[in-house]
Ligand binder design. Structure first.
Ligand SMILES: NC(=O)c1ccc[n+]([C@@H]2O[C@H](COP(=O)([O-])OP(=O)(O)OC[C@H]3O[C@@H](n4cnc5c(N)ncnc54)[C@H](OP(=O)(O)O)[C@@H]3O)[C@@H](O)[C@H]2O)c1
Length: 180
């Protein structure tokens, strides 16, 4: 499914859920983002289309399914970038703040339902994939290491998980330091 076409993505998810006859776990990992220091519009537009509109369209449909089913686990992939607006990629960091806050909202919804539904926010630092666009990346995880961390977070039904866990230190630091 193409998250840039939200109605189609929702229909794709519905078809998949119908074919499976329900599911215990839905992981939304798709995302996009470009370095955009020149403030070109198309990269920002495309990032917002996929990471904001597309993410919400699919996450909302997934949660509706879990609520109707009465149980399950929704996992969304955000980023440490959510913590700080960046002049190199303002749309990307803002879109990941949206992902995280949207997941918080869905978690609150699940809690109020009193149903056994877990919502997990995954916050990777740098992972060695095509998405890693930084000039000077550090603490780079392999995709296998990242996947193992995400697997553990899912098994523990964590509400929030940094990938790898030491990125929590960067998270704490960014929360303490003044913003731009
Ligand atoms: N790598 C990092 O350093 C890093 C750090 C923080 C957060 N993240 C987040 O981790 C998630 C996974 O990224 P990754 O590191 O695994 O990078 P990746 O290997 O480039 O994977 C990106 C994934 O998103 C999918 N995608 C992109 N646009 C889409 C669209 N319009 N509709 C449907 N799927 C789309 C891609 O599908 P196709 O292959 O079919 O295009 C691909 O499966 C993303 O949300 C990313 O923002 C990554």
């Amino acid at each position: 499914m193409d998250l840039a076409v939200p109605e189609e993505a929702r229909r794709g998810l519905e078809a998949l859920l119908a074919e499976l006859g329900g599911t215990d776990l839905i992981v939304i990992s798709a995302g996009t983002g470009e370095l955009n220091a020149d403030l070109a519009w198309p990269p920002d537009r495309d990032t917002i289309a996929v990471n904001v509109m597309g993410f919400a369209a699919v996450a909302q449909r997934a949660m509706a399914h879990l609520l109707a089913q009465g149980h399950g686990h929704l996992v969304g992939v955000s980023s440490v970038a959510k913590l700080r607006g960046s002049g190199d990629g303002a749309a990307y960091s803002a879109s990941k703040a949206f992902v995280s806050t949207y997941l918080d909202g869905l978690r609150d919804k699940a809690k109020r339902s009193r149903l056994p539904i877990t919502v997990t926010e995954i916050c990777p630092g740098f992972v060695d994939t095509a998405m890693m666009k930084a000039d000077k990346p550090f603490w780079v995880a392999t995709p296998e290491q990242a996947a193992a961390c995400i697997d553990r977070a899912i098994a523990h039904r964590a509400r929030h998980a940094y990938v790898t866990p030491r990125w929590r230190l960067v998270g704490l630091l960014l929360r303490m330091l003044p913003g731009p």
